[in-house]
Design a protein around this ligand. Structure first.
Ligand code: SF4
Length: 328
């Protein structure tokens, strides 16, 4: 039984086949790191960013694309792809830089859709208009903005040095969706907060906040401590204690049950890069995490929306058979 409206289920419905994300590093920066807002960054952010390092090795976007596409095509025969501009804030800087980046995607073989990771305060009218235009010009089925929200509590956002508040997220979401762009919200469980670590109550408040916005998808992350961050110092000083795996599983389960069943879940947990994890140890074991989440959902009969509109049972699109029917 499928217990969540997963990205893979959505992609099968939408395209009738697997669509693989290809991570691309286009060389963008972040205003919360380069001094425009702050130089410290969000307290949990790995200073090395989430890039593949390919840009630093001098690979163009087309070369990065070819590298990953050859692997996916050769090993799994995958033919359709999402270009995923992942590192830092991919709409930061002048609109011309974004335009150049989008032009460089033109003609990439198998390009089907585009996802951009960015901050909600790095999207002005000109950039949103450009993205909407290029969606048509590049014949992209979808353009998705992956926006960091992390928490719906403004005092938490201040505490983690996020550099923007919840209003920026809501404004960007409305402005993007009005132009036919989709929004995926990033959310973190276990954030440090002025009153201590955020818990279930705050996570459910964030889910409730997102349920009321026109978001298309969500990524859940369990906050883990990366080396070289301010959070690492707080952890070493004893000011911050990460969630236990049991706490995370309980919180995630409740969040899933209160989540609108129409929101696509892109991720259920965070995935530390090699060498960056300081704590907690359980966050390192990806396969163990997936198994633990699956077992926990089964044991407690968790499914998405169970406490929010799907009380009678999982909607029909949870069925694996339903994957074969493309969305209207
Ligand atoms: S907005 Fe993203 S890239 Fe910038 S500091 Fe925060 S987590 Fe890091």
């Amino acid at each position: 039984m499928q217990r969540t409206f997963s990205l893979s289920a959505y992609m099968h419905q939408r395209f009738g086949q697997r669509v693989q994300k290809i991570p691309l590093d286009a060389g963008f920066s972040c205003p919360n790191r380069d001094g425009a807002i702050s130089r410290q960054g969000c307290v949990f952010c790995n200073p090395l960013g989430s890039g593949s390092g390919m840009r630093e090795r001098g690979l163009s976007l087309a070369e990065q694309w070819a590298f990953w596409r050859d692997i996916h095509l050769g090993t799994h025969g995958i033919e359709r792809y999402t270009a995923y501009l992942q590192s830092y804030s991919n709409t930061y800087g002048p609109v011309e830089k974004l335009a150049q980046t989008l032009t460089a995607l033109d003609g990439l073989p198998g390009l089907t859709s585009l996802s951009l990771g960015t901050r909600p305060d790095c999207l002005d009218e000109a950039k949103l208009d450009l993205l909407a235009e290029q969606k048509d010009a590049l014949e992209l089925a979808e353009v998705v903005l992956e926006l960091g929200l992390q928490s719906s509590n403004d005092s938490t956002l201040t505490h983690i040095n996020r550099g923007h508040g919840t209003a920026a997220f809501a404004d960007a979401t409305h402005a993007a969706t009005a132009r036919g762009l989709k929004v995926v919200a990033h959310v973190m469980a276990g954030l440090p907060a002025p009153q201590g670590r955020e818990g279930l109550e705050e996570l459910l408040a964030t889910v409730e906040y997102l349920n009321a916005l026109p978001i298309h998808g969500i990524k859940f992350h369990n906050l883990y401590v990366c080396r070289g961050t301010l959070l690492a110092r707080w952890f070493e000083d004893g000011q911050y204690v990460p969630m236990t795996q049991a706490e995370f599983l309980d919180s995630l389960s409740e969040a899933i049950m209160y989540l609108d069943p129409k929101i696509v879940i892109h991720r259920l947990n965070g995935n530390p890069q090699k060498g960056e994890l300081l704590a907690p140890e359980w966050a390192a074991n990806m396969r163990g995490m997936h198994n633990a989440i699956r077992a926990h959902f089964k044991k407690h009969d968790v499914w998405q929306g169970k406490k929010n509109g799907a009380e009678a049972g999982p909607p029909e699109w949870y069925s694996p058979d339903f994957k074969k029917a493309p969305l209207p």
